[in-house]
Design a protein around this ligand. Structure first.
Ligand code: G3I
Length: 532
């Protein structure tokens, strides 16, 4: 490994200093709010017959934050991948010796907490120890086979999924095709098949997948991967699925391509795993947008029966491999971000088997927000199951008109029994949302629900309707408008600018105020959210 101090390490050093200065500030500000309201992600995922997971930090049990870290991962996740523990440089540091300590610790932790284990990776071009890099080519295949035999058989029956080969393809900017690496140099392209065949022999019970990045939607590299996988399947290589790493950004919008791409692998009889999910963003004001991407990607994955799991690559921004892009659902101090609630919303909808809604006349739905075109516009929510005994209803809306509008909720038809009629005072902005609650007429059974907008023509948006089984006193939930001065972005703080440490204090204070004041999605047990 090249030991030159990388920009990333310098960044981390500065961030460490900055955070060390702020740690007392953050701690005294009561930064951690764990657990949040609502269901834990793994509870929802279990109900949806899905695996939601993370990548486990090397040596996580000896970190200063180990207690909170373990509390979170045990509560939230039912599948785990070692971020680095079973990579060659850590598990096979010398040709004649293996070091399984860190991986054994994770395996024990996962078994104690009923988590599925996902191994990563058996073969990669990166994080290989010097001995294998300098080994004469004619000895590499034997070393590879010994590694696969030793590592896979040690965890046979424990590690249920293996990234057998990781990132074998070149980035198309470099011409595409097989990426140059020690395995290709020693065995040619056949190393991929040899690795899968050997892994199958070492543990016939494990699902074996090919894993890569920038392949989750229709990209040139994604096409190269589809061709590679097709060739492997046609050759009878023991391949059970594919891994899309999905290191994406908050401006991601290729959802249709993502769904179609998953479908074509499903058509081949392969499972799909979202293996290293994270969503880069440049500033806290984009956190809600980041949350939308988390929610939609998971929603798409849940809609595809062959999509078996989604794992985030780490849990907190500080320990992320790309810490300056805040890509994860927990911030540097394990505060929960909108991305967490996006995950919760997607899983909740699936867990409660909320059917899709059909949108009758007079409304448009833009990026998940309903905009009634004219008074009397309505939204139909199909086959809502009232069995849990819903008691009250929360409606989140924005009303930029100067007058109070009202929304009626009726059962079975546009003029069916009235479930609730909710006044929606002006919020002064079409993007400044507020929530109002209403007790609802108790009912049961399965009904279509009509949300009818008795609203002024312009400027009314509905984000969601929630039913809950707990009585709630009607309340206004103040919403911080994403464009208000309090949340206007300071722009990207140059990660290594001289004044970086000084600005950290201001940045952190602003973020915490933003974090405490900013609207965040709350799910109370029994809530049923209707995606609009
Ligand atoms: O453990 C040593 C520590 O002893 C030493 O003091 C420190 C000095 O920098 O380095 C530590 O090792 C670091 C290791 O992570 C463990 O933290 C390496 O320098 C660092 O390069 C390594 O980065 C990992 C990266 O892969 C390597 O390319 C990231 O944590 C890991 O998240 C990332 O994960 C990869 C996937 O495996 C494959 N897909 C892409 C993904 C992101 O690059």
């Amino acid at each position: 490994m090249n030991k030159v101090v990388s920009v990333r390490n310098l960044n981390i050093l500065l961030k460490l200093c900055g955070t060390a200065i702020l740690w007392l500030h953050v701690a005294t500000a009561g930064a951690q709010e764990y657990p949040p309201t609502g269901e834990r992600l793994r509870v929802l995922a279990d109900n949806a017959d899905f695996q939601i997971g993370y990548a486990s930090r090397y040596n996580f049990r000896v970190q200063t934050y180990a207690e909170l870290y373990e509390q979170i991962v045990k509560a939230e996740f039912n599948i785990v991948t070692p971020e680095n523990s079973v990579k060659w440089e850590n598990v096979h540091p010398l040709q004649t010796s293996y070091d399984f300590d860190d991986m054994d610790t994770l395996v024990q932790f996962a078994e104690e907490n009923n988590m599925v284990l996902h191994g990563h990776p058996l073969l990669w071009y990166n994080q290989n120890p010097d001995w294998i890099i300098s080994l004469p080519e004619e000895q590499v295949e034997a070393a590879m086979l010994d590694h696969i035999d030793t590592v896979v058989s040690r965890y046979a029956g424990k590690i249920k999924v293996w990234d057998v080969v990781n990132e074998a393809l070149e980035d198309t900017s470099l011409g595409g095709g097989y990426r140059d690496n020690i395995w290709l140099q020693a065995m040619g392209e056949s190393y991929v098949e040899k690795a899968f065949v050997r892994a199958r022999a070492a543990d016939p019970t494990a699902s074996l997948i090919y894993n890569d990045y920038d392949v989750g939607w229709f990209t040139p590299k994604g096409e190269a991967m589809y061709n590679l996988v097709t060739d492997l399947v046609d050759a009878g290589v023991p391949l059970d699925g594919v891994g899309f790493q999905m290191h994406i950004g908050a401006t991601f919008e290729e959802y249709e391509e993502f769904s179609s791409n998953m479908q074509r692998y499903a058509d081949m009889g392969l499972d799909i795993y979202i293996t290293e999910f994270d969503v880069k963003t440049l500033r806290p004001s984009e956190y809600p947008l980041q949350g939308v991407v988390y929610e939609e990607v998971i929603r798409r994955c849940l809609a595809q029966p062959r999509c078996k799991a989604l794992q985030i690559w780490g849990i907190d921004d500080f320990n992320s491999w790309q810490p300056f892009f805040d890509p994860l659902p927990f911030d540097d101090d394990f505060n929960i971000k909108p991305a967490y609630y996006g995950m919760q919303r997607a899983l909740l909808a699936k867990a409660l088997h909320v059917e899709n809604h059909s949108s009758p006349e007079n409304i448009i739905v833009e990026s998940g927000v309903v905009k009634p075109l004219a008074s009397g516009g309505s939204l139909k929510l199909d086959q809502v199951n009232f069995e849990p005994g819903y008691q009250s209803l929360t409606l989140r809306y924005a009303n930029s008109s100067r007058q109070t509008a009202s929304v009626d909720i009726r059962l079975d038809s546009l003029d069916g029994p009235l479930l609730a009629s909710v006044a929606t005072p002006a919020t002064a902005s079409a993007t400044l949302f507020s929530s109002v609650d209403s007790v609802i007429a108790t009912t049961d059974g399965v009904h279509d629900v009509y949300v009818i907008f008795n609203t002024p023509v312009e400027g009314f948006s509905l984000d969601y309707v929630l039913l809950n089984t707990e009585n709630r006193t009607p309340s206004e939930t103040p919403i911080v408008d994403e464009d208000s001065p309090a949340t206007s972005s300071s722009g990207m703080i140059g990660p290594i600018t001289v004044g970086w440490l000084a600005t950290m204090l201001w940045y952190r204070r602003r973020f915490l105020r933003l974090g405490s004041g900013q609207w965040s999605f709350r799910i109370i047990p029994g809530y049923q959210k209707f995606p609009v």
